[in-house]
Design a binder for this molecule. Structure first.
Ligand code: SAM
Length: 274
């Protein structure tokens, strides 16, 4: 993604290997961003062969994230967000969406990609109510104990825990459900969880999963029941675990940022829930 004034990926930031594809950069390409390299675009092309509509999935997912943050900051009144696997800066990021509803909102972004550190760090420089933490989301102790998380997130107040497009990068052996539970354990009553996830529903799911795992080493598709289980005993909000594009739809709001967004669900590849 690219914020006005941000650089194209012409200079390779420290720690970034442009010969190894990265989830953050592939997703950026899916959103129409320019912070990606030929290796990333090659994976997108291979996935696109299995499912031509897959290029629309990033946009549908990002639109869900945006609607969910607006809803949580606006209608629910959440004032602090932990955005886990936050990705490269795009046109409308969590803190920007939340602050239109609540200017005092605080956001901690967490991602392990050095490209994200470089670009998000530049975007957030000088902003006292946001931080970018470079850490592995699976290392829940390190994330929860990180000084920026401790400084900006008060677990005695409701928190919005955002896991958008991240859990499908964790194999079953990493215990994704246990990771979610570790973030929810300290969260005050009234906290909310957003999960979006590759969905094992469409006939293409198996082939897509093979291409993701072969290309980048992760990208598992899970059933609605498996995704719903991540919410544990949280009370589901309407409309529950559903395809991303039908979670509290607002076509006009989506189209204002993504003019080409499809309103039809392409193969129900992702589910989003809150
Ligand atoms: N959450 C954003 C959204 O939904 O628009 C970005 C989603 S992007 C598909 C997934 C992000 O998770 C990437 O930026 C990737 O670097 C990050 N990620 C993957 N595995 C991670 C891990 N173990 N720890 C931290 N971040 C991770």
């Amino acid at each position: 993604g690219r914020e006005e004034g941000m650089r194209v990926a012409d200079v390779v930031p420290e720690g970034v290997d442009p010969s190894v594809p990265s989830v953050a950069r592939i997703y950026d390409h899916g959103l129409g961003g320019t912070d990606n390299f030929p290796v990333d675009r090659a994976i997108s092309a291979r996935v696109g062969e299995a499912m031509p509509e897959s290029s629309k999935v990033a946009v549908l997912n990002r639109a869900l994230l945006r609607r969910a943050v607006r809803f949580l900051a606006g209608e629910v009144g959440i004032r602090q967000f932990l955005d886990l696997g936050s990705g490269l800066p795009a046109r409308d990021n969590t803190h920007q969406v939340a602050r239109r509803e609540a200017p005092e909102a605080r956001v901690v972004y967490v991602d392990d990609d050095p490209m994200v550190r470089a670009y998000a760090g530049a975007l957030l420089a000088g902003d006292a109510r946001t931080a970018i933490v470079t850490a592995d989301v699976r290392d829940t102790g390190a994330v929860l104990g990180h000084p920026d998380v401790v400084r900006l997130i008060d677990f005695d107040e409701p928190v919005g825990v955002l896991m958008s497009g991240i859990l499908h990068h964790f194999p079953v052996s990493d215990d994704p459900g246990g990771i979610v539970a570790a973030y929810l354990a300290p969260a005050a009553p009234g906290s909310h969880l957003l999960v979006s996830h590759f969905h094992r529903g469409a006939p293409e799911a198996e082939e897509l999963e093979r291409k993701f795992v072969a290309g980048i080493g992760s990208g598992w598709f899970r059933t609605t029941e498996e995704v719903a289980a991540y919410f544990g005993d949280l009370e589901p909000l309407d409309p529950g675990v559903v395809p991303a594009s039908v979670w509290r739809p607002d076509p006009a709001y989506d189209r204002a940022l993504f003019p080409d967004i499809t309103t039809r669900e392409p193969g129900e590849t992702e589910v989003g829930a809150i």
